[in-house]
Design a protein around this ligand. Structure first.
Ligand SMILES: NC(=O)c1ccc[n+]([C@@H]2O[C@H](COP(=O)([O-])OP(=O)(O)OC[C@H]3O[C@@H](n4cnc5c(N)ncnc54)[C@H](OP(=O)(O)O)[C@@H]3O)[C@@H](O)[C@H]2O)c1
Length: 269
């Protein structure tokens, strides 16, 4: 009855694996650094990761919106179900046609499925590609003045663990956002106020963003993919809040200001 947690060392997967383990449930981490290794780019690694597995948390890398993601998720899902997986929980993104194609794959899999269609994570500022920017005091992105309802990863973890371990979540698509819309300028303002250090937002062109990211060691392909997400998906299509966290858990989503207070130590200089 093992649960395979893909991206099991990443922002959501690490926490989900820890939580399942603390509930006494058998867990296998699926990532390139795990044993056995799981690599989305090497289908030869998938079978061993699925051995004895009955449930999977599916977190794709680098992003469900990137070209090729749908083919990978479809092939993986088919293999998983053939190997006896009965429950699938997919981490998806809002307003991304390629991600929505992967969601259909879950629905058509024949397994019990739950889709977590999530807005941008707050933890991108504390443990991912925007951490360095916050530490440097300048968030430079090709983002328009469009607000986004940033979501706390802890809420995703609570819903994912419930969907993996409890009844009542099968066949559900939870569209999950945080409780407030914030532009990147608002984010910089709230970070400054709570951390007590000035953090500014600067709008740059997509070309300037890619050049800067490459200079800081991000592979060009990944930098261009992120640039595309900022320019195409942050166009206002996701500028609304939803009630998915409450639907799944019966409580409201966590607020950005609470996230910043809880993580203030991360940005101390
Ligand atoms: N970040 C957001 O704001 C956001 C919002 C909505 C949806 N999403 C979706 O969430 C998913 C995960 O994104 P994330 O930002 O949260 O990343 P993440 O889970 O923090 O990414 C890192 C994880 O992916 C693993 N990984 C890296 N390359 C891999 C590969 N080739 N094969 C298998 N595993 C690999 C890493 O472990 P190893 O290094 O050991 O391989 C690590 O466990 C994406 O599909 C994205 O579309 C993200």
């Amino acid at each position: 009855m093992t649960t395979l947690v893909l991206g099991g060392t990443g922002k959501t997967g690490r926490r989900i694996a820890d939580r399942l383990t603390s509930l006494g449930l058998p867990v296998r981490v699926g990532s390139r650094s795990a044993t056995p290794a799981f690599d989305w780019q090497d289908r030869g690694t998938w079978q061993a990761a699925l051995d004895g597995v009955t449930a999977v948390y599916v977190s794709y890398y680098p992003d469900l919106a990137f070209p090729g993601a749908y083919d990978d998720v479809k092939a993986f899902t088919e293999l998983a179900v053939r190997n006896g997986v009965r429950r699938l929980v997919l981490l998806s993104g809002r307003g991304e046609p390629e991600a929505q194609a992967s969601e259909r794959t879950m629905r058509e899999s024949g397994a019990e499925w739950t889709v977590l269609r999530c807005s941008w994570f707050m933890q991108n500022f504390s443990e991912d590609f925007l951490l360095g920017a916050v530490l440097d005091g300048v968030i430079a992105l090709p983002a328009a003045d469009v607000p986004e309802p940033f979501l706390d990863v802890e809420d995703i973890v609570d819903v994912a663990v419930a969907a993996l371990t409890q009844d009542g979540h099968a066949g559900r698509l939870y569209e999950m956002t945080g409780p407030r819309l914030l532009t990147f300028a608002d984010v910089a303002g709230e970070l400054s106020e709570i951390i007590g250090r000035e953090i500014t937002f600067v709008r740059v062109t997509p070309e300037e963003y890619v050049a800067g990211a490459v200079e800081h060691g991000v592979p060009r392909e990944a930098a261009e993919g992120l640039g595309h997400l900022f320019t195409d998906i942050l166009d206002g299509r996701n500028a609304g809040v939803t009630d998915g966290v409450r639907e799944a858990l019966g409580r409201p989503a966590r607020d950005f200001a609470d996230f910043v207070r809880a993580n203030a130590h991360v940005w101390k200089r």
